[in-house]
Write a protein that binds this ligand. Structure first.
Ligand code: BV8
Length: 272
């Protein structure tokens, strides 16, 4: 693994034709959305996110878990994409053969202009029914409004207020967050598309992920085994260090815009 040589990374990006960008919670950190390993605030301070993000936790205490997701959803709705998200959208605009794969359940890539990120772990904005034939839930506006306290501040369930999950207006069963919990299978189509993109790319950017949750953590390793160069953007070391061609120690909102600028400094016109 070379030292963090931005010009080497810029060269790899400038020459790439098929790029995969894999993001984790770190890409949204500078938008004010806490990562999984940030200390959870308030009520959540006594929980481990990995314990709340399970079907068992939801079935044991649906109001607590739904309240956590509503709290996260309102925080995301009040967040804005940061320059890291925008730089990734610029890469997609520049290199049509780019695939964005995210472990995040927020919609900040979409709001930054990424047309169709692959969500390996679902979305905060796609609740579904707990019924076996899980279908997208239809929730009436009242439940949605519940997420906003009257004064416009996001509801803070950690102030002791739990939020009961709504019932689907079309089938009447309980609604659950549309995310993949620990111990649950990833959506097959999403994971298959991600693996295929990783196996076919010539460059993979791993941005803001701890690289410890599987099978998502396999994606950069598949790319490296297929001969692609892997560039990591993360202020901290991760297990992905050992598969990277270049490690850029820094935050997404700072590193990605300068990487994009350097990659195309000599050739600012996007390829047709
Ligand atoms: C599965 C959605 C098959 C929910 C998430 C025992 C039983 C069952 C399964 C397992 C088991 N043991 C292991 C497993 C597999 C398990 C797993 O990997 N566990 C880990 C803990 C070891 N995986 C699963 O369960 C998966 N399913 O395997 O199914 C199966 C089924 C049954 C039985 C056996 C096998 C499902 C995993 C999906 C879980 N859902 N999210 C929600 O959001 O609430 S995972 C969640 O945590 C994220 O989506 C992400 O994937 C993961 C880690 O988070 P990161 O994104 O990496 O963020 P993190 O906070 O960890 O790190 C942030 C990084 O950013 C840091 O490195 C930091 O330095 C950096 N950073 C910070 N600021 C910045 C920055 N970088 C750049 N710029 C900055 N500004």
């Amino acid at each position: 693994m070379e030292e963090a040589l931005p010009h080497r990374a810029a060269e790899l990006l400038g020459d790439a034709r098929r790029v995969v960008v894999l993001t984790g919670a770190g890409i949204s950190a500078e938008s004010g959305v806490p990562t999984f390993r940030d200390d959870l605030t308030g009520l959540w301070a006594r929980f481990d996110a990995r314990e709340l993000a399970t079907a068992a936790a939801f079935h044991a205490d649906p109001d607590l878990v739904w309240g956590w997701y509503e709290w996260r959803r309102t925080r995301v709705r009040r967040a804005e994409p940061n320059p890291g998200h925008l730089a990734i959208a610029a890469i997609e605009a520049r290199i049509p053969g780019t695939t964005v794969i995210t472990q995040n359940v927020d919609d900040l890539h979409e709001r930054a202009g990424s047309p169709a990120p692959i969500h390996l772990h679902g979305s905060l904005f796609a609740p579904r029914c707990v019924a076996a034939a899980a279908h997208p839930a239809t929730i009436d506006d009242a439940a949605d409004a519940d997420a906003d306290a009257p004064d416009g501040e996001p509801a803070q369930p950690h102030d002791g207020r739990r939020i009961a999950p709504p019932r689907c207006t079309s089938c009447g069963t309980l609604v659950r967050p549309g995310v993949v919990w620990f111990g649950e299978m990833l959506p097959e189509a999403a994971f298959t598309a991600a693996v295929e993109a990783a196996a076919a790319c010539d460059l993979l950017l791993a941005v803001g992920t701890s690289g410890v949750v599987y099978p998502a953590a396999e994606i950069p390793r598949i790319a490296a085994r297929s001969g692609a160069a892997v560039i990591q953007v993360n202020p901290e070391p991760t297990p992905l260090d050992r598969v990277c061609a270049v490690n850029l120690r820094g935050t997404a909102a700072h590193v990605l815009p300068s990487l994009v600028a350097a990659a195309w400094a000599a050739d600012p016109a996007p390829r047709s």
